[in-house]
Design a binder for this molecule. Structure first.
Ligand code: PAF
Length: 281
């Protein structure tokens, strides 16, 4: 496995591989890798000749009051487990390289960024779409892998590559969960014992919602109220949003029908967690 910190050197290496007819698979991450990331790397390694993993904690997707400085980092462990999972190249740029002093260009996807996480994190997706576009331009992958846990991010990126004719296939991989159902996230590491044990309520409430819909409930309000009262029964939980939206538009729906996404964001103590399920009704 090779590690690159320099954009030009990475480009040269990938140009050579492309000339040899090799397909590049790409897994962009902010590091502190867990099983969810490893499943993306494994999928890429299966479907491509070369898998590039990027590790970069992107400052522009954090608001000033968010956890940028404290975001967990462990490069040594990341490189070890990424190689075991099948990564061929790791790209670890720094801020100076990614955002030159007079950086004034940003990528904005409208409408899809207005709801869900966009409501409480209004600048977040502009940071994500900008850095992902930059990374796509540097790596020029054939396929790029994202996790379903960040459902809104995956939908926005799919739309961005479609609207901007970026020649990358976006592959969205299923959520990987802990043994008790908690969706894997680098932020789980912030949870204290009580918060960690109560955090299973996110998945439990989504599973309950799924059962109600399967039993015929079609009123979004009833489903949201059920999720709300389950989550509010946990002392460390503080709900940011519970939304039922169309997967296509990410707009709220009142009657459950078609391809829907039930998405939730909950603060457990100071740690904001997200989870979701998709359903065809
Ligand atoms: O999902 C993430 O970890 C980040 O948003 C991404 C896609 C690596 C961009 O910084």
């Amino acid at each position: 496995m090779e590690i690159f910190h320099d954009i030009q050197k990475l480009r040269q290496s990938l140009d050579t591989k492309r000339l040899e007819g090799k397909n590049i698979g790409f897994v962009p991450t902010m590091g502190y890798l867990h099983q969810g990331h490893l499943s993306l790397i494994k999928s890429s390694a299966k479907e491509n000749d070369v898998t590039v993993l990027s590790i970069y904690v992107n400052p522009t997707q954090f608001a000033p009051n968010e956890d940028l400085d404290n975001y967990p980092r462990d490069l040594e462990n990341d490189t070890k487990i990424a190689e075991e999972a099948g990564a061929d190249i790791i790209f670890i740029p720094n801020n100076k390289m990614m955002y030159i002093d007079n950086h004034v260009t940003y990528v904005n996807v409208h409408e899809l960024t207005d709801n869900l996480c966009g409501l409480s994190r209004p600048t977040h997706f502009q940071g994500v779409t900008t850095i992902v576009t930059k990374l796509f331009n540097i790596v020029q992958p054939k396929r790029a892998y994202f996790g379903q846990k960040d459902a809104q991010q995956a939908i926005i990126i799919k739309r961005m590559v479609k609207d901007l004719n970026i020649p990358v296939d976006i592959v969205v991989c299923p959520i990987i969960r802990e043994h008790d159902g908690l969706a894997m996230s680098s932020r789980n590491t912030y949870l204290n014992q009580q918060e960690r044990s109560e955090a299973t309520i996110l998945n439990e409430s989504l599973q309950k919602a799924k059962l109600l819909i399967e039993a015929g409930e079609r009123d979004s309000k009833v489903i949201k109220n059920t999720i709300e009262s389950m989550i509010n029964s946990k002392p460390s939980a503080n709900i940011d949003y519970i939304s039922i939206v169309s997967q296509e538009t990410l707009k709220d729906i009142t009657t459950i029908k078609g391809s829907i996404l039930i998405a939730i964001a909950v603060k457990m103590g100071n740690t904001r967690l997200i989870d979701n399920i998709q359903m065809e009704v």
